[in-house]
Design a protein around this ligand. Structure first.
Ligand code: 0PR
Length: 374
């Protein structure tokens, strides 16, 4: 195939991918332009053998410090993973390995029933029992239910700061107290909310980070609200010795050991994350969140005017709406070119207001919704 033919073929495939402008179901978005620039510049960089890519490694170290500082601990230890799934796996694997070395077997962890499906993968991969704690009427995990499920083989409890389906924040402060009282590891899945909550006007209502003494690790994804390129997740530990639990020795590399789950690892998305954080800074990230939250309010108010109520008043830029016959509404919206998703329990229409959404998007989406429901 010559280059022109190939270009035509690629363009044809590209035309079948949906552009983000009508996608209201995704937690991904267009990467920021500086992310794209940096990604291309470091396209060949492989942090799997980081001694060869010292500049990229420097950027990773700085990104870890910046995100750590954002989450209340500039001395946190971690690395840039491929996303929330890898970060969650690695957090649980670290504490599993620690407790296994101490002689424990048949271990279990407790997650909210609203947890992301990556925890089902964790149960499978790590051969660990994943117990699901009940949530309250606001879809936040019930700390009493967590306590009831705990026993002497419980190695970790998990709280979610920004649930996938409802954008709700669990009472991490209460979980932190349970963790401290019982000496159990607390992992916070802030894959989505990590780049949102610190910039909310009412952020003090949603303490979730290392400023809570019981929080042991946090997962936060630059490739979601951090506007980086895919793949970019981040796992942070308060105590660096947990990274050691993940290390395997790598005799023929430029580095002695590797603690990432995968081997060859994109330096490009690390550079992209670095670029966004440097270029936008906290002020720029806040501007992104402010815009998404303003549009979230616009959507909820518009829906309420049609007599449609949200399942919860949105905490972040995830809106869930109570409509009759959700599946039929989704189908009808899709026929009008809108990609939305649904929640499981309660079943509702789910809309994520990512940075690619603007005033016009919300206005025309509300028009479509109005037509569909009436
Ligand atoms: N933890 C939480 C709270 C999440 O919401 C997600 C993903 C993960 C962990 C896993 O992250 P990775 O997918 O980066 O491994 N949440 C979305 C979901 O699965 C991701 C998503 C993104 C879904 C784009 C659809 C989509 O088009 O629903």
């Amino acid at each position: 195939m010559n280059k022109e033919e190939l270009e035509r073929l690629l363009a044809d495939k590209k035309s079948k991918d949906l552009p983000y402008n009508h996608i209201l179901s995704s937690m991904c978005t267009y990467p920021h332009e500086v992310a794209v620039y940096a990604h291309e510049m470091f396209i060949e960089s492989n942090l799997g053998d980081s001694g060869l890519f010292k500049g990229t490694k420097e950027m990773e170290d700085e990104v870890i410090a910046i995100i750590g500082e954002l989450l209340g601990n500039s001395n946190a230890y971690g690395y840039i993973s491929t996303g929330g799934t890898e970060s969650n796996i690695q957090a649980i694997r670290a504490i599993r390995n620690r407790r296994r070395r101490e002689g424990l077997s048949d271990m279990n962890i407790i997650v909210p029933e609203t947890a992301h499906f990556s925890f089902d993968k964790i149960a499978d991969i790590l051969s660990i029992e994943v117990r699901k704690a009940k949530v309250d009427h606001q879809l936040r995990v019930d700390p009493e239910s967590v306590k009831e499920l705990m026993d002497e083989r419980t190695i970790c409890i998990v709280g979610i700061a920004g649930t996938t389906e409802f954008g709700q924040v669990d009472p991490i402060e209460a979980l932190s107290e349970i963790a401290e009282d019982s000496g159990i590891f607390l992992h916070v899945d802030a894959a989505f909310g990590g780049f949102v909550i610190p910039f909310l006007a009412d952020r003090d209502k949603y303490k979730f980070d290392f400023t809570l003494e019981g929080v042991s690790s946090i997962s936060i994804d630059p490739h979601k609200m951090g506007m980086s390129t895919i793949p970019a997740g981040c796992i942070l530990f308060r105590d660096g010795s947990y990274l050691k639990e993940l290390a395997v020795s790598t005799p023929y590399l430029t580095i002695k050991e590797q603690y990432s789950l995968i081997g060859t690892r994109s330096g490009a998305s690390v550079a992209a994350t670095f670029a966004v954080l440097k270029y936008l800074g906290k002020d720029g990230l806040k501007t992104v969140v402010d815009k998404c939250m303003k549009l979230t309010e616009l959507l909820v108010n518009g829906a309420k005017q049609m007599g449609i109520e949200p399942v919860i008043e949105p905490v972040m830029n995830v809106v869930t709406l109570r409509v009759h016959d959700v599946d039929a509404v989704v189908k009808a919206l899709r026929a009008k070119g809108w990609e939305v998703s649904t929640t499981r329990s309660p079943k509702a229409l789910r809309i994520v207001i990512m940075p690619h959404v603007n005033d016009d998007t919300i206005e025309s989406f509300l028009e479509a919704l109005n037509e569909v429901v009436s």
